[in-house]
Design a protein around this ligand. Structure first.
Ligand SMILES: Cc1cc2nc3c(=O)[nH]c(=O)nc-3n(C[C@H](O)[C@H](O)[C@H](O)COP(=O)(O)OP(=O)(O)OC[C@H]3O[C@@H](n4cnc5c(N)ncnc54)[C@H](O)[C@@H]3O)c2cc1C
Length: 434
């Protein structure tokens, strides 16, 4: 009898696992359940009138050889290598990120002076440090107040005092993808600015379509290997017999029998009372009739009085993500209230006004705005999330995996790395930011 493996979720994590298991030669029957009508999850791509929009910027970058080899195995020749060019918008100006001497010199003098004094202040030890304690101890109160607090509170919708330090450790490392750029504390940040080391930040991107091309290729392989992907199939929970998993209950297709379940859909579906919260993101995908002057691939916006937290320019990933001579912008806004969630278009006037205010577009060039609410984009790391997660009682034969399944603020390469490890019987370390 072959073993029935059911995977909830056809994101990068579920697909990598299914692809590896179906090509392992083992006697397994693999079924993937996906609530959407396409693969990809957070790494999927929306298309409108010849414009392609990923869910924010999506790049493949890894220092893990196995993950790198796997990426190239799936993409084959269908990839391009691009140099990163990201910005941060501070004090009314676009500045390159990681920060350079030139961009720092343009910051307001009082901020520079007070931050300089912070270098010489003693650090106070806190017993249970929060996000705020952590960032202040690393970068000083001024840089914290000037950038990190506003950005984080706008981005998460939570007070920085109520966030776990993991949010800082994962988040800061995420922004700086080259290990040469040391930003561990104010001294190393200053050193990186004064004596910059050459930064190689090349990353992969598919040579056609958007980031979802990678997932489409995985899905095709799974089906060619005899695996099954059921789209439009919402998993509701797992069924058990004597404390062991026996199947996955679905919304419209009854119970799908399983000897083993890998769950990459949000963990909050299985444990609704455990208090795991996620952020929801509004993407405003804007098609523009003419080229605008945005030279970055993506740019962070920390100011609290600006609605959005990041802008992405798809043509700076690959020129043919927009029709000839056109342009586009992906705007990310965290949805913090029900009114915005129900009718995001109420933000339209403010959005256009602010985009013009930061010179990101000319309103007269807008062809369309495609409003996409993407639920469960980031896990929210509150102060005792680790404890609550460790106390979950899982039935035998159930594993939580991936970004939402294991409540893990990760990147695609981490979801892939974990799935590769599982499929070869190894354990993957999730504290990648340490
Ligand atoms: C704005 C943004 C930018 C990012 N940029 C990058 C980047 O540049 N580089 C990078 O490497 N990573 C990036 N990431 C992270 C990356 O997208 C994720 O790490 C990765 O896609 C997670 O894959 P996953 O399979 O673990 O989870 P998911 O993609 O969340 O997959 C879970 C799947 O489960 C499905 N599902 C949910 N509920 C159910 C249900 N009830 N039944 C069945 N199916 C269900 C979902 O539709 C989804 O397909 C970014 C993420 C965001 C949000």
């Amino acid at each position: 009898m072959s073993k029935n493996i059911v995977i909830a979720g056809a994101g990068v994590s579920g697909l990598t696992l299914a692809e590896r298991l179906t090509s392992s030669g083992e006697d397994v029957s693999v079924t993937v359940l996906e609530k959407e009508d396409c693969p990809g999850g957070l790494a999927r791509t929306f298309e409108r009138d010849g414009f392609l929009f990923d869910i924010g910027p999506h790049r493949f970058h890894t220092s893990d050889t196995d993950v790198n080899n796997y990426l190239l195995e799936i993409l084959g020749d269908d990839h391009v290598t691009i140099n990163r060019s990201s910005n941060v918008y501070m004090a009314g100006k676009y500045r390159s990120w990681p920060l350079t001497m030139k961009s720092v010199a343009g910051l307001p003098m009082p901020v520079l002076f007070r931050s300089f004094l912070d270098l010489f202040r003693g650090k106070s030890e806190v017993e249970h440090p929060t996000f705020a304690d952590y960032v202040i101890s690393k970068y000083g109160k001024n840089i914290y107040n000037y950038f990190f607090r506003g950005y984080t509170e706008k981005f998460t919708g939570c007070s920085a005092d109520t966030l776990h330090i993991d949010w800082a450790e994962a988040g800061v490392n995420r922004a700086v993808i080259d290990k040469n750029v040391k930003t561990d504390d104010l001294f190393s940040l200053l050193k990186s600015v004064l004596i910059p080391k050459p930064v190689s930040t090349a990353f992969y991107y598919p040579s056609y379509g958007g980031i979802q091309t990678f997932c489409d290729k995985q899905a095709e392989r799974i089906q060619n290997n005899g695996g099954r992907i059921m789209y439009g199939c919402r998993a509701l929970g797992v069924e058990t017999v004597d404390g062991r998993v026996s199947g996955v209950e679905t919304a419209d297709m009854g119970v799908i029998k399983a000897d083993h379940v890998y769950w990459s859909a949000p963990v909050s579906i299985l444990f609704p009372d455990a208090g795991f919260r996620f952020m929801d993101t509004l993407l405003c995908n804007i098609g523009l009739s003419k080229r605008q002057n945005n030279n970055y691939q993506w740019c962070y916006f920390g100011q609290e009085d600006i609605l959005f937290s990041r802008l992405t320019v798809p043509r700076n990933f690959r020129a043919d993500t927009v029709p000839l001579e056109s342009d586009s912008l992906i705007v990310e806004i965290t949805l913090n209230n029900q009114e915005q969630r129900d009718n995001p278009k109420i933000l339209k006037d403010r959005l256009i006004h602010e985009l013009e205010g930061v010179n990101a577009l000319r309103a007269s060039d807008i062809i369309f705005i495609d409003w996409q609410v993407v639920p469960q984009t980031y896990p929210l790391y509150d102060l005792d999330y680790r404890k609550r997660f460790s106390e979950l009682l899982l039935p035998e034969g159930l594993d939580l995996t991936g970004r939402c399944g294991s409540f893990w603020y990760n990147n695609m390469d981490h979801s892939i790395g974990e799935a590769l490890a599982i499929s070869s019987g190894q354990v993957y370390s999730k504290d990648f930011w340490k």
